[in-house]
Design a protein around this ligand. Structure first.
Ligand SMILES: CC(C)(COP(=O)(O)OP(=O)(O)OC[C@H]1O[C@@H](n2cnc3c(N)ncnc32)[C@H](O)[C@@H]1OP(=O)(O)O)[C@@H](O)C(=O)NCCC(=O)NCCS
Length: 148
């Protein structure tokens, strides 16, 4: 039996996911944006990670025909480094593949080495750079992609 459960996110999870979001990103999404993703975006698929009944991480993607794009992935700081972010992303890649995606892409801050290492470990390759992609500090984004 696994220590963690990974399942699809519902609107009841928004408050808890927002707690993960707030402590994980310098420019966090709002609760409303998560709510909108789940209720108004037909292409959005969100997963959460539960440990002992508590949501400790989440990952979102958009799935359009054969292409999937990760919007965000985060694990609560105190639960990082246990392999759970990797398990989460593997689960998300499996869902994308099962639902017909053949490619997955994402953007990551050029300074975010831990996330880039995770993506490389799962086969993502660097694509291009999007200049000044992040509006909070004008940081560049590295685009990464993998064949599923
Ligand atoms: C990125 C993140 C989700 C990784 O989650 P995690 O559960 O800590 O990662 P894991 O323990 O599953 O690690 C998997 C791999 O990621 C890489 N990695 C994770 N943390 C790392 C660190 N501190 N330094 C370097 N590489 C790291 C390693 O390749 C690791 O594999 P290894 O243990 O065999 O070396 C987590 O660090 C996080 O929430 N960060 C803040 C939010 C964020 O930056 N999200 C990405 C936005 S694009």
């Amino acid at each position: 039996m696994s220590e963690i459960d990974i399942r699809l996110m519902t609107v009841d999870d928004v408050d808890k996911v927002y707690e993960v979001e707030k402590v994980s990103f310098t420019a966090p999404w709002t609760k409303e944006s998560f709510f909108n993703e789940l209720t108004n975006n037909y292409f959005a698929v969100y997963h959460v990670v539960e440990y002992e009944g508590q949501i400790i991480g989440y990952c979102g993607m958009w799935l359009v025909l054969d292409e999937s794009q990760v919007t965000n992935i985060a694990i609560l700081p105190e639960f990082r480094g246990r392999g759970w972010g990797e398990k989460l992303l593997v689960a998300v890649m499996n869902t994308a593949r099962k639902r017909g995606a053949s490619i997955m892409s994402l953007e990551v801050r050029v300074s975010n080495e831990s996330a880039q290492n995770l993506y490389k470990k799962l086969g993502f390759q660097p694509g291009g750079i999007r200049k000044n992609y992040y509006s909070d500090n004008q940081e560049d984004a590295l685009v990464m992609w993998v064949n599923l």
